[in-house]
Ligand binder design. Sequence first.
Ligand SMILES: NC(=O)c1ccc[n+]([C@@H]2O[C@H](COP(=O)([O-])OP(=O)(O)OC[C@H]3O[C@@H](n4cnc5c(N)ncnc54)[C@H](OP(=O)(O)O)[C@@H]3O)[C@@H](O)[C@H]2O)c1
Length: 295
Amino acid sequence: MVISSSIERRVWFITGSSKGLGRALAKTVLEQGDTVVLTARNPELIQDLAASFPEHTLAVQLDVTKPEEIQQAVKQAITKFGRIDVLVNNAGYGILGAIEEVSNEGVRRQFETNFFGVLEVLRNVLPYMREQRSGHIVNISSVGGFVGYAGTGIYNGTKFAIEGISEALAQEVTPLGIKITIVEPGAFRTEFVTGSLVIADNEIQDYETVIGEMRQGAQDILDNKLEFQEPGDPKKAALAIIKAVNSNNPPLRLVLGEDAISAINAKLESVKTELDAWKEVSVNTAFDELVGSST
Ligand SMILES: NC(=O)c1ccc[n+]([C@@H]2O[C@H](COP(=O)([O-])OP(=O)(O)OC[C@H]3O[C@@H](n4cnc5c(N)ncnc54)[C@H](OP(=O)(O)O)[C@@H]3O)[C@@H](O)[C@H]2O)c1
């Protein structure tokens, strides 16, 4: 039975609501009066939130690597609330290690969650949003979805892939009334480093000088020898995401944190510098009669 289809009380569907950014967002959205489909691999971790807002939540089990659970969770959401207004693809984890150090299986596992999980969830939700001719899909990427870093290349690959499909999807669904926002957080104080970071165990000595310090830092945090104070406040990230969703003109990219802004600015500048420096070579690759015709 559909118990709420009111446009004013929007229905959010958030993956990875158990902790970190997903939980902070779910809690803030509920406090502001909207409805949330809380999803988690272990539903026990969302029972407290569901119990605090019994009328406006649905708690469902969802591992984004399991297509049958995705279908089931979306179906349950539609059965209960009749619509999904905002989908937040938040669930994800990181893998630390040089490109050569991460096993094939580790790479595939990382893409299963961070890329294929997102793809599968949004492809299950899109038919309903197309039918509604409205909706907003928020894909949680990272500053690492715009800038690649030694030691997190596989994670970067998953997040760059998210950015690619999100840009294309925005062009495909804007005419259908559906909005897309890619969120690019810098470092936020969640359980990401302590609970969602896998360190590749196939260490190759040659990479020690480039990523050794990063690996040791992560290990020290896991061993409680070092406390990493990420500057980002998850509650404020939640408020920023809600502000973007509430906007009449939401951004395609929402960058969160000064650290992310400066890394992205540096990348934009370096891309522009290199583009200009190699322009002559670039444009001279057209057939002779066409060189310069598109500038
Ligand atoms: N924190 C940062 O500095 C930062 C920066 C940039 C981007 N991000 C991105 O922000 C998102 C949230 O991360 P976080 O910082 O909030 O980390 P977190 O506190 O560790 O939370 C990660 C969430 O993802 C869920 N998850 C992981 N694999 C899943 C799967 N297969 N199916 C369903 N849920 C799964 C976890 O659920 P369980 O409880 O079941 O483990 C948890 O709810 C991620 O996409 C991450 O890449 C974070």
